[in-house]
Design a protein around this ligand. Sequence first.
Ligand SMILES: Nc1ncnc2c1ncn2[C@@H]1O[C@H](COP(=O)(O)OP(=O)(O)OP(=O)(O)O)[C@@H](O)[C@H]1O
Ligand SMILES: [Mg+2]
Length: 290
Amino acid sequence: MSNKPDFEVFRGSSNYIASKELMNSVNVAIALKKPMLIKGEPGTGKTMLARAIADTLGKQLLVWGIKSTTKASEGLYVYDTVQRLYDSQFGGHDVSNIRHYIKLGKLGEAFVSDEQAVLLIDEIDKADLEFPNDLLWELDQMSFYIPETKETIHARHRPIVIITSNAEKELPDAFLRRCIFHYIAFPSPEAMSEIVRVHYADLDKKLIEKAMEIFYWIRSFDDLQKKPSTSELLDWLQALVIGGVEPSEIKEGSIPFTGVLLKKNQDIDSLLNQARDRRVVSGFFDAIRR
Ligand SMILES: Nc1ncnc2c1ncn2[C@@H]1O[C@H](COP(=O)(O)OP(=O)(O)OP(=O)(O)O)[C@@H](O)[C@H]1O
Ligand SMILES: [Mg+2]
């Protein structure tokens, strides 16, 4: 048996930095033909991962964004009875062919696609608890039945399914059993430097260093309600450039554009208190050293 995989291998992309563990998980999920469940703090690149996989493997990306009201059946197909009724009354169309009123959802589109697609089911935990259970059969069998047309839709090519969750709700065990799970850990400063570099190749090194130092210092506070994430750091760097801020102007006691990093009043207060306490402590040590 050859050790060479018989599928295209994901190795990250020119604008997405993936850890070795993440790349391995993606490749295992593709090889085992199982959906991949991605969790991680907001802004750690869960959604972007699906785009990176589609881009690097040269596949079409289909995005199914889940809301609290989304039903699993909408991912398969929707029978547009309202349009049919409208056409029967005002359109002068032949409404006898129900097929014209069957609109495939994102899972349906992925099944009928001529080439293998990447299907992103984004933020599955937004839907109700039944949602993941209702998809088990279709994801296992890669087919579904449309009673209105008495047709079964089989996947021509099994899509690569990426499912993201912010862990707002626990997912059912039966669903978890069928997925390959990966938790995107918050990037280390080294990995974050690479992420920053792929977004802003020409940014002043000193500004990045100083901004990252303050960013990780803020993240080290345990009592923050919402720690700033990768996306906030990227926005903040942009704000610093637009604001013409020099690296020397970024200090623990006076952080420009704090609102880009922290979004809750309590967190901004807590940051100011920490900075003040530090000044008091270092002032005390300075005094006894003198
Ligand atoms: N590993 C990475 N490589 C490159 N860019 C990244 C990476 N991780 C995050 N980003 C950047 O951070 C931003 C947020 O990424 P994304 O929207 O994928 O996060 P998310 O985990 O889906 O967040 P949420 O849970 O809020 O939906 C994007 O602009 C993305 O470009
Ligand atoms: Mg997302």
